[in-house]
Design a protein around this ligand. Structure first.
Ligand SMILES: C[S@@+](CC[C@H](N)C(=O)[O-])C[C@H]1O[C@@H](n2cnc3c(N)ncnc32)[C@H](O)[C@@H]1O
Length: 215
C-alpha cells in the first residue's frame, strides 16, 4: 500500500511540471494574448528564424515536425526548406492555435503542411515518419517531457534528429517560467534516452539550440 502511495505521489510530481509556464494558456483569452506575441511584427528581428532553419540542415524531400507549433510562425520557412517533395507537420495541443496556423498556411499557399492536434503526452506522429523533430520555445511547456520524448523517438526515422530551441532560464524576464536551464534540459533529455550531438547559442544569452539523436 505504502509503495502504491509513493508511486502515485512520484507520478503526480512528474506530471504537470510546467504549471507556471502554462498558466497563461488555460483560457481562450490567455491564448489569444500569447498568439499576439507569437505573431508580433518585430519577432523576426528578435527570433532570427532563417538562422534556425539553417541550423536544422533541412533538405528538399525531408519531413520536419514542428512540435508545439503554436500559430505556425516557422511554417513558411520550413515549407520552403523541404520543398514540394517534402512535408511539414505542425503539431500543437490547442485547436485555436492550430486554426491560426492553418489560416497562415492557406493564405501563403503552403501546400506541403499538415496539421496534427496532439495531447499533452502524445504528439500523435506516425511511427518512423519524420527526419527532424523541432520544438521552439515549447519544451519548457511540456508537462510530460518523458512521454513526449518517447513519442518523438518512435516517430523519428533512423538517423533522425531532435532539435530543441529554448530560452536560457537565466536570460528570461521571468526565470520561473522556464523550468530548467539549458544544461539541465540536456541532462533530462539524455536521461530519457537521447544522445546530445551539439549545443550552441542561438541568441547569445537568451536562447540556445540543442540537437539530439536517439540512443
Ligand atoms: C511559447 S509557445 C511557442 C509556439 C511556437 N513554437 C512559436 O515559437 O511560435 C509554446 C507552444 O507549446 C505548445 N505546447 C505546450 N505543451 C505542449 C505539448 N505537450 N505538446 C505540444 N505542444 C505543446 C503550446 O500550445 C504553445 O503553442
Amino acid at each position: 500500500m505504502r509503495l502504491l502511495v509513493l508511486t502515485l505521489v512520484l507520478a503526480a510530481a512528474q506530471a504537470q511540471v510546467a504549471e507556471h509556464a502554462n498558466s497563461g494558456y488555460k483560457t481562450k483569452e490567455g491564448r489569444s494574448r500569447v498568439a499576439q506575441s507569437l505573431a508580433a511584427s518585430d519577432r523576426d528581428g528578435r527570433q532570427k528564424p532563417q538562422e534556425l532553419v539553417d541550423a536544422l540542415q533541412l533538405a528538399p524531400g525531408m519531413t520536419v515536425a514542428d512540435i508545439g507549433a503554436g500559430i505556425g510562425y516557422m511554417l513558411p520557412y520550413f515549407s520552403k526548406a523541404v520543398g514540394p517533395t517534402g512535408k511539414v507537420i505542425a503539431e500543437d495541443i490547442f485547436p485555436d492555435f492550430l486554426e491560426q496556423a492553418r489560416e497562415t498556411a492557406t493564405k501563403q499557399g503552403l501546400s506541403n503542411v499538415e496539421f496534427i492536434l496532439g495531447t499533452e503526452q502524445d504528439p500523435k506522429l506516425a511511427e518512423n515518419s519524420i527526419d527532424v523533430a523541432f520544438t521552439l520555445d515549447a519544451y519548457h511547456h511540456f508537462n510530460y517531457p518523458d512521454k513526449m520524448l518517447a513519442a518523438v523517438a518512435r516517430a523519428l526515422k533512423p538517423g533522425g534528429r531532435l532539435v530543441i530551441v529554448d530560452f536560457y532560464k537565466s536570460g528570461f524576464r521571468d526565470p520561473d517560467h522556464i523550468r530548467l536551464d539549458r544544461d539541465d534540459v540536456i541532462r533530462e533529455v539524455e536521461r530519457f534516452g537521447w544522445r546530445l550531438l551539439s549545443k550552441r547559442d542561438h541568441l547569445p544569452g537568451t536562447q540556445y539550440i540543442a540537437i539530439f539523436e536517439k540512443r
